[in-house]
Structures are given as structure tokens and as C-alpha cells.
Design a protein around this ligand. Structure first.
Ligand code: SAM
Ligand code: SF4
Length: 318
């Protein structure tokens, strides 16, 4: 499936829920999200049906995200069904890892290939502060369990926040030394909850290479990946740097997103959405709608111009 700029679109990120068992300060409002009816959410059957349509059209890489995907009831069965779709080559999940210890084995058995786990600090108190109540121990145990059942390669996503975790860059990078774990630093984005304060706390990822001089570039394995990778001397894992703000990777973009309310987002940083849920419920040909929509995918984003993004990340899935 190609867009109008000739980019091959083969990657779908599916948000399974807006809800979350944490309240990260840059992502979710403190009181959580306002209640909405079940009618507004895609059912698991609808998610499967839409996913199948995408896979028929050439999507071969799927990631479940959220909110927290592991809080959605029935997720293991959904993964089991999606993993059996012919054409799916890579099935992954982005999770905060809190429930991973409990679910890792079942997820692996259901056909999930790997997980990305979000972790911004290795300090218990700071973790509790940034997530408004999360327990670091649960995530660390989740990472161990994911490793032991083979949900690998494990990637850890760290949002870099000025004055919060820039003093931990060296210790976070060290996680990649002895284990085959990739750690990816992501710049704080001025989206939703962080729209008003992200600029103050923003620090460019360049600081990582300044602080850890031993990092050397590794060859790029996947040009559509937004991460540029480095390695410590003899490091088993890699250190990825993702600069959505200070550096654009739009030219190689291969992805689209489906929100838990059934909206197709062609670009993370755009407010344009296409209502796939309504189309499905009213019996329209969703494959035709998807193909037409993909053709309208924007060439690039304009975050650096201060464009305001309405939705919080828990609604889009990152
Ligand atoms: N709950 C799961 C998790 O935390 O991994 C999946 C959803 S979460 C919205 C996906 C990713 O978005 C996380 O890695 C999170 O750190 C990131 N994220 C949320 N808000 C962000 C922001 N304002 N800037 C940069 N990354 C953000
Ligand atoms: Fe929840 Fe993930 Fe957002 Fe944190 S980043 S509040 S874990 S959805």
C-alpha cells in the first residue's frame, strides 16, 4: 500500500484503550479520562475486522498500544487471532510493563513477538512521582519476565525530561551493556497533557552523545525506524535516539495509527482523523476507505511551527 509520496505503508499501530493504570505527568490528566460509553469504543471483534482489512491491504507489522494495552480485557485472545492472520510478520506491544509479569507468558503463547516497555527513571521515588503512583519494582519484574519467556528483543522507551532524568542518562545507557536490551531516548513532545509545559522541560537528545562519549554509531537496520542507534564498546544492546522534534523522519514514514475509538490517524502530529468505526458500522467498504485515506497521508509534520495537538498520547498510543 503506497501513499501519494511513494512511501510504502506497512505498519499499523493500534490503540486498544484510552485507559491506563498509571498517570504519567506528560501523558494523562491526574484524574484519568472522562467516562465515555462503550458504544464509542471499538469492540475487540471490530478491531480484529479492521486489522484484517489492513493486513489484506499489505500491513505486515502491527503494534498494540494504548492507554495501557494490558488493561483491555480480552487482549490475549485478540493477539492470538491477529497473530494467525496470514501476512503478519511482526506483532509487538508498547506497555508500561506494570502487568507484564502476570501476562508475559500468555502473550508469548498467543503469538506476540516482542515488547517495548516505557521506563523514564531507575529511581523508585522518581518513578512514583512521574507516573503519579507507579511502582518501579513491578516494571523491573515485568522486564525480567518478558526476557525469560522470549518477548525479545526488548526495547525500553525513555522520555527525556529536563531536570528530571537527564542526570540518569549514563545509568540508563548502562542497561544496554550486559543485556540484549535496546534503550531508546525519546524527546518530550508538546502534545495534549504536555502541550503547555513540554517546551520548558524539553532537552534535545544531543545531550546523550555529549554525556556518553563512548557511544559509537551502529549501521541502520531499518530505514523506517525513527531511531538512530549507537552502542557502548562491547555493549550487548543498543542505544537509540529518537528526535521527533529536532529532526524529522517523515520521509521514511511507513506507519498509520488506529485509535481505540476507531479513528484512523495518518500522522501522529496531525489532528486529521478518518472515522473507520462509523464506516464499518454503517456497512461501507472499509478497504476502499483505507486506501483512499492512505493516499491523503501528509508529507511531513509541522510540530516545530508550534502546531497544537489536541489529543493526549494515551488516546493515540505514541
Ligand atoms: N501505556 C503504554 C506505555 O506507556 O508504554 C503505551 C502507551 S504510551 C502513550 C506510549 C509512549 O508514549 C510511551 O513510551 C510514553 O512515554 C510516550 N509518551 C506519552 N506522552 C508523551 C509525550 N508528551 N512526549 C513524548 N512521549 C510521550
Ligand atoms: Fe499510561 Fe503510557 Fe500514558 Fe504513562 S505514558 S499514562 S503508562 S498511557
Amino acid at each position: 500500500m503506497k501513499d501519494s509520496f511513494g512511501r510504502e505503508i506497512n505498519y499499523l499501530r493500534i490503540s486498544l484503550t484510552d485507559r491506563c493504570n498509571l498517570r504519567c505527568r506528560y501523558c494523562m490528566p491526574e484524574r484519568g479520562i472522562s467516562k465515555f460509553s462503550h458504544e464509542e469504543m471499538l469492540t475487540l471483534e471490530e478491531i480484529y475486522e479492521i486489522t484484517k482489512a489492513f493486513v489484506d491491504l499489505g500491513i505486515n507489522k502491527i503494534r498494540f498500544t494504548g492507554g495501557e494495552p494490558l488493561t483491555r480485557k480480552g487482549i490475549v485472545d485478540l493477539i492470538s487471532k491477529v497473530s494467525k492472520l496470514e501476512g503478519v510478520k511482526d506483532l509487538a506491544m508498547t506497555t508500561n510493563g506494570i502487568l507484564l509479569k502476570e501476562y508475559a507468558k500468555e502473550l508469548k503463547k498467543a503469538g506476540l513477538n516482542r515488547v517495548n516497555i516505557s521506563l523514564d527513571t531507575l529511581d523508585e521515588d522518581k518513578y512514583n512521582l512521574i507516573t503519579r503512583g507507579g511502582k518501579l519494582k513491578c516494571v523491573l519484574e515485568g522486564i525480567e519476565e518478558a526476557k525469560s519467556v522470549g518477548l525479545t528483543p526488548i526495547k525500553i522507551n525513555t522520555v527525556l525530561i529536563g531536570g528530571f532524568n537527564d542526570d540518569e542518562i549514563e545509568s540508563l545507557v548502562k542497561l544496554t551493556e550486559k543485556d540484549e536490551i535496546d534503550l531508546r531516548f525519546i524527546e518530550l513532545m508538546p502534545i495534549g497533557e504536555a502541550a503547555n509545559w513540554a517546551k520548558e522541560k524539553f532537552i534535545s537528545n544531543d545531550i546523550i552523545l555529549e554525556k556518553v562519549r563512548e557511544l559509537t554509531p551502529t549501521p541502520r537496520e531499518d530505514i523506517s525506524s525513527p531511531a538512530v542507534y549507537y552502542r557502548l564498546p562491547n555493549g550487548k544492546g543498543k542505544v537509540g535516539i529518537i528526535n521527533p522534534i529536532s529532526c524529522k523522519f517523515c520521509a521514511n514514514c511507513n506507519r498509520v495509527r488506529l485509535t481505540s475509538r476507531g479513528q484512523l490517524k495518518l500522522c501522529l502530529h496531525s489532528n486529521n482523523e478518518i472515522d473507520i468505526k462509523e464506516a464499518l458500522r454503517s456497512g461501507q467498504d472499509i478497504k476502499k476507505l483505507i486506501l483512499n485515506s492512505i493516499y491523503k497521508k501528509e508529507e511531513s509534520h509541522h510540530l516545530e511551527d508550534g502546531e497544537y495537538i489536541k489529543r493526549n498520547m494515551n488516546q493515540i498510543g505514541g
